[in-house]
Design a protein around this ligand. Sequence first.
Ligand code: HEM
Length: 217
Amino acid sequence: MTTSQATTRSTSRREWLVPAGLLLLSLVPALGGSVRLAELGSDPVLTAENARFVTQPLPVVVHIVCVTTYSMLGAFQFVPSLRRHRWHRLAGRVLALAGLGVALTGLWMTAFYDLPVKDTVVVNGMRYLVGTAMAVSIVLGVRAALRRDFVTHSAWMTRAYALAMGAGTQALLLGPFTAVAGAPGPVPNTIGMGLGWAINVAFAEWVIRRRRVRRTA
Ligand code: HEM
């Protein structure tokens, strides 16, 4: 094997690390979603915990289908070699719809579900912000792609994906907390949810900045 073949192979292996990490990050909320779908499909006994989902199943079912599609398929949009194929454009159409589905059903549940006490007014305020920012980012990302401004397109789509994947970071933060200290009350839940979104927004802005610096260099 020549040096250039070895370099190409290690670069192509490295480019799959990003989607692998993103798939891992989306695994916990996606698994939670499939458990909820299985419960809703099995004529469940009504409890205080599941009442909002059982009495109004439509938004949560659409939400779970959209979040699973968006988080899993979306991870592959970050593979540079796939961006050179038709795959990126075809998947992008599905993802724009699924992403809008995630944001709009998230907003719908925030507005109309009787949410648990741990979801404070601050958590729900952040959900309104995140849902709106995610939908706007997707619309701006699609508009940029239509005018073939792929630098702006990639920035807005990265922002939208990072906001959505707040669910994965929140699971990483609140999961261990729950294992050690039990179900989080309103304060730790608000901190964990806020921190999850803040970390993702900061990371997305760092990635976007790094791409800009590399392009300039
Ligand atoms: C890819 C990103 C997302 C994933 C993986 C995800 C995952 C989920 C899952 C699995 C559920 C069902 C929870 C359960 O059965 O107990 C859920 C509910 C919910 N999601 Fe999302 N979600 C995402 C994005 C969003 C966004 C952006 C918003 C905010 C606009 C949002 C707001 C909500 C709300 C309000 C509920 C109902 C919570 C409850 O009733 O306890 N989600 N989400």
